[in-house]
Design a protein. Sequence first.
Length: 145
Amino acid sequence: MRVFLLLVTIALGGCDAVLDRTFNRSAGEIALPPRPPEVLLRPSSVLLDGDRILVEIADGSQCLGASGAGFTATGWTGVLSECGFPYSYSVALVAGTPAGPLPLGPVSPLLLPQPEGEPPFRPLAAVRITDSNGQVYRFESFEGF
């Protein structure tokens, strides 16, 4: 029984050392582990609807990019809201862009050469979204001229 009490006493004494390192007992607060780095997710789709964009993020979150007072016939800039991803964005419009919903697709970073003699495709709308690490994602309308 004496050996058992000795082992329990040693074990509890070791717990105090662990607790002292984990809890700041003098301040009465818990020492929390460092926060993990922010998880950055890419935007997966964009829908232009009049004077706002609706952005879907890869985790299914939906963000809003309303133009507010910054709306012009050629576009606007802002920061996504109503979601956990405050990414900056810019919208570029061509005169005559329809006011109704206009889906935009991601632009591949791989640029293919334009066929000889064919005029380049110019989208009606383009959106650039920049995450907090500076990564840029581009989206363009499927309709253009």
